[in-house]
Design a protein around this ligand. Structure first.
Ligand SMILES: Nc1ncnc2c1ncn2[C@@H]1O[C@H](COP(=O)(O)OP(=O)(O)O)[C@@H](O)[C@H]1O
Ligand SMILES: [Mg+2]
Length: 257
């Protein structure tokens, strides 16, 4: 079953959040009444102080946790309505790159990238490269080429540097040709030099492939330079929703004030 994305005029909206609210237990709401949308091909930086709810919001947008109120529509599909099959289909067209790479340490780089196809296929043939169908191995090698690590395909994941591991995690996210990617502080665990390289690589790949991206970064410079648009979260509300070229350093600073 394929779903048509909702269009507004000529512009396709890949993510639409309406009146989104989330709280944990009896604590004050992390956020409430959030409304925003992300157009196809846009790269949006979600920024805000520590603990303002960026990761929680990202997880709601991907359907990994349910909001208490409101609605998320992702690639034209309303998340709350999804049955198991539709949820799997949607998962195969979306991806998450986290702060930690979460590679399986004792498996090869290639096997780890093949795991990125598990949204589309299931079963042990996709657990290790030796069992994987030839097309899966070829797709994983192509993804490794893109991140410049094809020569390390057979190395064990626990033999990689932090920067290399994060590049493998990016290959794993790209191998299923996702339409929408979420990256939650993809460089936070790397030293500044490796972080810069990984961010530049990630952004050049998603732009080249036309993937819609929502990412967070604690690095204001990364947010402004890589994001076409800034969504600023403060006090449980959207305090900034503007093109990054129009956001002043003072406005950014206020978010963290
Ligand atoms: N699973 C959870 N259970 C309870 N509280 C949580 C959970 N996840 C996040 N929180 C709380 O929600 C708030 C927002 O957290 P988070 O989304 O991680 O913020 P950010 O990513 O902006 O640092 C924090 O106060 C955090 O402690
Ligand atoms: Mg976070």
């Amino acid at each position: 079953m394929r779903h048509k994305a909702t269009g507004v005029g000529q512009q396709v909206i890949d993510l639409q959040a309406n009146s989104l609210s989330k709280r944990f237990g009896t604590a004050a709401p992390v956020f409430s009444g959030l409304d925003f949308s992300i157009r196809r091909g846009e790269c949006v930086a979600l920024v805000g102080a520590n603990g303002t709810g960026k990761s929680t919001l990202l997880r709601c947008c991907l359907g990994l946790i349910a909001p208490d109120a409101g609605r998320v529509s992702l690639l034209g599909v309303t998340l709350a309505d999804l049955g198991g099959t539709a949820r799997r289909e949607l998962r195969a067209r979306t991806g998450l790159v986290g702060q930690k790479h979460n590679l399986v340490p004792r498996l090869s780089v290639l096997s780890n990238v093949i795991h990125g196809l598990l949204g589309r296929h299931s079963g042990p043939r996709y657990w290790i490269q030796g069992l994987a169908p030839a097309e899966a191995r070829a797709a994983a090698m192509a993804a490794l080429e893109k991140v410049g690590l094809a020569d390390l395909a057979l190395r064990r994941a626990d033999q990689l540097s932090g920067g290399q591991s994060q590049r493998v995690a990016i290959a794993r996210a790209l191998v299923c040709s996702p339409r929408f990617l979420v990256a939650d502080e993809p460089c936070a665990s790397l030293d500044p030099q490796a972080g810069e390289e990984v961010m530049a690589l990630f952004m050049s790949l998603v732009k080249r492939e036309g993937v819609t991206v929502l990412f967070t970064s604690h690095n204001v410079q990364h947010a402004l330079s890589y994001g076409d648009r800034i969504l600023g979260l403060q006090g449980g509300r959207i305090a900034i929703d503007a093109r990054s070229a129009d956001v002043t350093p003072l406005e950014m600073a206020k978010l963290y004030g």
